[in-house]
Design a protein around this ligand. Structure first.
Ligand SMILES: [Zn+2]
Length: 453
């Protein structure tokens, strides 16, 4: 049964509620690019899917970068002279400049002010700020909170540690019939931010769960990694595996109610780019395709020239363009169950195309085969033929061993599902055969493996 049909039969309402509940559970955790926040997030994901967790020591060189010190935080506050916590990490983990070095001092407001970050034009929102690669400390607070700070002395405390440790990431691998891989990657390094990080992470987890145990053409690799440094570390340690990635998606910002956006891979015309463009146009009128740029999420690393992997990025609202981005307003109100479920469905629809996109050879290529004799044509003559019969004619005509089903879809304008059904039917009637290696049967590497055992 096609993957998409199976997902729809599960009921998107139920799926959306589960996705939202999962994101809500992870929301309070103070994550960063290293430390116990990302570890506990991965441990929670591990309850849903098999996940191999890797720890890369501080100081490990990864291409042009070095794995940083590990950061952990227990508490942070700005206290008034009367002992009241005016800014309290326990109320919102965005209050601390992520990766702040420890500090405990009493200082006048004038000395504290350079360490405070606000958004003046969104005076009730707390910004999310980081300082991963420059040792610093600071607090993020709403602009109104800052305006309310009177001149005077404040007790400032950030109870954190920044010391040698590890960078942690998680990986889930689902073997398919082929060694060729589909990569699904998401960042898991942001603290309490829902659309930016938790939406992608939740959809990736449920996608892995949905695909797990199925007879799949491709092998699937899911990465739950800290942004930038995590992708760089994974690529540095898995150069050979990276060469097997035939298609890939970075998932980010897919829980809000914005229209879908797909950012193409650096290649621009990879199968994933074409599959995503087709699926988005088919399922969502307002969707948009965005050309590759070297700025963005981890597609930046996968699409660096040395790798140039066919990895695009699926989003709803584009990161950086919505006002809630990197603020306390990117919260659990900002993402919704139907949007999360719709994003999972979009991923499944794209994978459904990849799983079933293959080339065939017409076994009766000299003039049209007589379809009527095989009950594959209309029984009475007329002026028009239906889409089903038209699909059969398109598949027969373009199945010269060169054109894939996706090529036929693009050229005919007929939906992929209809073209695929036509190919199945024509194959059953002995009129088509799959080009070897296009996923029509068991792939060679499994047979080799079985022989070794
Ligand atoms: Zn972000």
């Amino acid at each position: 049964m096609p993957l998409l049909k199976e997902l729809d039969e599960k009921g998107l309402g139920v799926v959306g509620r589960d996705l939202y509940r999962f994101a809500s559970e992870l929301y309070p955790i103070c994550r960063s690019i290293t430390g116990n926040g990302i570890r506990s997030t991965l441990n929670r994901i591990q309850l849903q899917i098999p996940l191999e967790i890797s720890e890369v020591p501080t100081g490990t060189p990864v291409f042009d970068w070095v794995v940083p010190k590990e950061w952990n935080i227990r508490d942070a506050y700005i206290k008034a002279a009367n002992g009241e916590r005016l800014v309290d990490f326990r109320k919102c983990n965005l209050h601390v400049l992520n990766y702040s070095v420890p500090v405990h001092a009493t200082m006048p407001l004038s000395k504290l002010r350079p360490h405070l970050f606000t958004i003046p034009d969104k005076p009730d929102w707390i910004p999310y700020r980081t300082s991963y690669y420059r040792e610093d400390w600071g607090f993020c607070l709403s602009h109104n909170q800052m305006l309310a700070l009177a001149e005077g002395e404040y007790e400032v405390c950030i109870d954190s540690t920044l010391e040698d440790g590890h960078l942690t990431y998680g990986e889930s691998y689902l073997p398919g019939r082929s060694r060729d891989e589909v990569l699904i990657s998401c960042h898991a390094c942001h603290p309490s931010l829902a659309n930016d990080n938790l939406s992608g992470l939740s959809v990736a987890t449920f996608l892995a769960q949905f695909l797990s145990g199925r007879d799949l053409r491709y092998s699937y690799r899911f990465l739950f990694i800290p942004g930038t440094i995590g992708a760089i570390a994974w690529l540095a340690r898995n150069r050979e595996t990276a060469g097997r990635i035939g298609h890939g998606l970075v998932l980010t910002c897919i829980g809000d109610d914005g229209p879908f956006h797909y950012k193409k891979s650096r290649r621009g015309n990879a199968e994933i780019d074409r599959a995503a463009a087709y699926v988005l146009a088919e399922h969502s009128e307002s969707s948009q395709i965005v050309e590759f740029t070297p700025y963005g999420y981890d597609e930046r690393q996968y699409c660096s020239p040395g790798f140039n992997l066919p990895v695009g990025c699926l989003m709803r609202s584009v990161w950086g363009t919505f006002p809630e981005y990197h603020t306390s307003a990117d919260n659990l109100e900002f993402i919704r169950p139907p949007q999360l479920a719709g994003s999972l469905r979009m991923c499944v629809a794209i994978l459904d195309v990849l799983e079933n996109n293959r080339r065939y050879r017409n076994l009766s290529p000299y003039c049209e085969p007589q379809l009527g004799r095989r009950n594959l044509y209309r029984t009475t003559g007329g002026n028009t033929i239906g889409t089903d019969i038209n699909a059969r004619l398109w598949v027969l005509n373009l199945s010269d061993g060169e054109h894939s089903l996706l090529d036929i879809v693009e050229r005919s304008g007929i939906p992929f599902a209809t073209i695929r059904e036509a190919a199945d039917l024509l194959s059953q009637n002995g009129l088509l055969s799959v080009i070897p290696g296009d996923g029509g049967g068991r792939e060679a590497w499994h047979e080799e493996k079985e022989k070794c055992v």
